[in-house]
Design a protein around this ligand. Structure first.
Ligand code: X2X
Length: 338
């Protein structure tokens, strides 16, 4: 039965506990059932490309693999899924390098505030020596690995329900949600905000019930998670580039014969490159749509925020934490940071 991607997404989108993508395509019992979980809404490009990825892997493996996608925190929140992929209960999981930092501190280096000027610096770094350095640290855990092509999240912007953020002082004392990561805590403490670490699964309700007044995310996530329904202001800070390492459980991957490993690897990386284009396209074009949905959007002067981080010792602290060599690797692509 050939379920088109659109029908599959429509079906999945219609029910809260949607069937995993891909499983419906299997014609006979698969030799390997591989489960991939993520934390993003079904409408996000990550899940559009994940549905394609599942179909390609299932078809190219001639049904020997049933690659199943569990979107939108169906299997639990980021903290849950990270422990699942480490134990092997989950085979694949896409996770921000900064949340991965709770397990692999070195992975946070790609999130240094205002480091990458634009994508002409991001991809040479992440597809080059900096990405290779981080993937080596991830492999060092012994339980995980990351595919070569990191998927994109985009440049992060600040939204609030109370006021626009025009300059760093506007963040003073602001109750802002950030993902569970020591790096994010450090950045928003440097801005003298009052950061609260909350998993993405609970962000919408935390904003709706005013547990927090603000959050920060790329526009593609603000739109697909409908955060504009509970946030009035969106300040274009571009304070951090963020991505999603496509993580795999090493034991699970090693169980696959070489030909199936090749099919999974080639298709995950190819899907990641397409997802990058989708995310950039969305992030570049969503301001107008969010304005029509009632958001008040303001530009900001990045230099003011960068200067605040510098004066708070943020760059010096993280240079010390990451070490001279990794920091030099980062600056090879970004230029001098502090
Ligand atoms: O938790 C977030 O804010 C999100 C969805 O951007 C990440 O996964 C880092």
């Amino acid at each position: 039965m050939n379920i088109s991607r659109r029908n599959l997404l429509a079906t999945a989108g219609a029910s809260a506990m949607a069937l995993p993508f891909g499983s419906a395509l299997a014609q006979k019992p698969a030799e390997f059932t591989l489960k991939y979980g993520n934390n993003l809404p079904i409408a996000h490009p990550m899940n559009v490309r994940a549905a394609e990825l599942a179909a390609k892997i299932n078809n190219e493996s001639k049904g020997r693999i049933a690659f199943e996608v569990y979107p939108n925190n169906q299997l639990g929140n980021d903290t849950d899924m990270l422990s699942q992929v480490r134990s092997g209960a989950l085979d694949y999981f896409t996770l921000s390098p900064l949340i991965l930092g709770t397990l692999v501190p070195a992975a946070q280096i790609s999130g240094v505030g205002f480091a990458f000027k634009d994508y002409s610096q991001v991809w040479p770094a992440m597809d080059g020596e900096l990405g290779a350095h981080v993937r080596k640290q991830i492999a060092g855990t012994g339980s995980l690995f990351a595919f070569e092509k990191i998927w994109d999240n985009g440049y992060r912007q600040i939204t609030t329900s109370t006021k626009p953020v025009v300059q760093p002082e506007d963040l003073k004392g602001m109750k802002i949600r950030i993902p569970p990561s020591p790096f994010w805590v450090s950045m928003f403490k440097a801005f003298e905000a009052s950061p609260a670490t909350i998993n993405f699964a609970e962000v919408y309700s935390s904003l709706q019930t005013k547990v927090v007044d603000a959050q920060e995310n790329p526009l593609a996530i603000i739109a697909t998670a409908k955060l504009n329904e509970v946030q009035k202001y969106c300040s274009i800070t571009n304070h951090m580039w963020d991505g999603f390492w496509f993580l795999g459980n090493k034991k699970s991957f090693d169980r696959l014969p070489a030909d199936l490993q090749e099919i999974v690897t080639r298709n995950v990386n190819a899907a990641g490159l397409k997802q990058r284009d989708d995310v950039k396209q969305l992030n570049d074009n969503l301001q107008a749509e969010l304005k029509t949905k009632g958001m008040v959007i303001n530009p900001t002067n990045a230099e003011l925020f960068r200067a605040k981080l510098r004066s708070a010792g943020f760059y010096a602290d993280w240079h010390k934490k990451f070490g001279d060599e990794p920091w030099a690797l980062l600056e090879k692509y970004t230029g001098k940071l502090a």
